[in-house]
Design a binder for this molecule. Structure first.
Ligand code: C5P
Length: 310
């Protein structure tokens, strides 16, 4: 009987996302600090002998994440991850993939990248290609800027496109509230709006340097200090494309979040809480204000992509 292999990969929040001027390849050099949080994508892989790839997508049981808009063809990053493993290791077999989504779709939390990371690990195992973690990390960088971090997990600084990682020391657990929107924001559009705002002087270009206060707050395990230190250069562009997100930030701030910010390229808004209890209180406040389509809580840092044993 063919065995089904399961891997799970975490979502991320960017505690620092500093964006440099667009380069000739169309990408922006970044200095970013990622934290993996415990919202997971699971990818199941079952090898098939006829060389075909199939894909289905479901929402995780009990999760408010809406999986209906996710493509189930070769445009899906998980599909491309399977193709990349097959071509890199000379695999002629196919695979049935099933994605079980627990991360907001097109939300700025790297759900699609988590699918790719989980598919890399699951396919490498299902086809028994004997890949090292380092080999998978190199394949991850070819699939997307955030895929290497989803593989790595924990806390890390990313430079280049955000794909060149260095681990960062962090103490304790941080409690987050995650407010999602049904309508997504396209990452390239948000970067294009960033370029427009810089050219129009609606936003200043920050130095591409790691923020020492972010590192210090992480090492101290101090959510209040971390809240003061977080910075996201894509927040302005995301807000100008979706102004109603201002209201989400205001409501989280009313509930005394240590920080409320757009996650990555948005439109998900994340709020940092002082404790688990405080996170539940902020979540209740956001739900009552009806400013988000779904409100979840999450904790970080958490491990990167791992195989899940039944
Ligand atoms: O690498 P990824 O596929 O996630 O990038 C999606 C898009 O986001 C890119 O095509 C590019 O427009 C933009 N991007 C960028 N600079 C980065 C990462 C992404 O401009 N460092």
């Amino acid at each position: 009987m063919t065995r089904t292999v399961r891997a799970k990969a975490p979502a991320k929040v960017n505690l620092q996302l500093t964006v440099g001027p667009v380069a000739e390849d169309g990408f922006h050099p970044l200095v970013t600090v990622f934290q993996a949080v415990d919202l997971f994508e699971t990818v199941e892989a079952t090898a098939r002998t006829d060389g075909r790839i199939t894909l289905t997508v479901d929402a995780a049981a009990g999760s408010p994440v809406d999986a209906s808009g996710v493509p189930v063809d070769e445009s899906n990053l998980a599909w491309r991850a399977a193709e990349l493993v097959a071509s890199s290791y000379g695999i002629a077999d196919g695979v049935d993939l099933r994605i079980v989504k627990g991360v907001p779709v097109a939300g700025g939390m790297a759900g699609g990248s988590a699918d790719a990371a989980a598919a890399l690990v699951a396919c490498a195992e299902a086809w028994d290609v004997g890949a090292t973690r380092g080999e998978l990390a190199r394949l991850a960088a070819r699939l997307g800027s955030d895929v290497p971090f989803s593989l790595h997990g924990h806390t890390a600084m990313g430079v280049g496109r955000g794909d060149q990682l260095t681990p960062v020391m962090s103490h304790g657990q941080f409690h987050w509230v995650v407010a999602t929107q049904a309508e997504g924001l396209s990452t390239p559009r948000v970067y294009a709006e960033y370029d427009r705002r810089i050219a129009a002087r609606e936003q200043v270009q920050n130095d591409l340097a790691v923020e020492a206060p972010v590192m210090t707050a992480l090492m101290a395990g101090d959510p209040v200090a971390l809240g003061r230190a977080v910075i996201n250069d894509l927040e302005g562009p995301a807000l100008s494309l979706m102004p109603r997100l201002e209201k989400v930030l205001d409501v989280a701030e009313e509930a005394e979040a240590c920080a409320a910010m757009v996650s990555g390229s948005g439109p998900t808004v994340v709020a940092l809480a002082r404790s688990r209890q405080h996170a539940l209180a902020i979540a209740a406040h956001l739900k009552a204000a009806r400013v988000a389509d779904a409100v979840l809580t999450a904790t970080g840092p958490t491990a990167g992509t791992v195989l899940v044993q039944d």
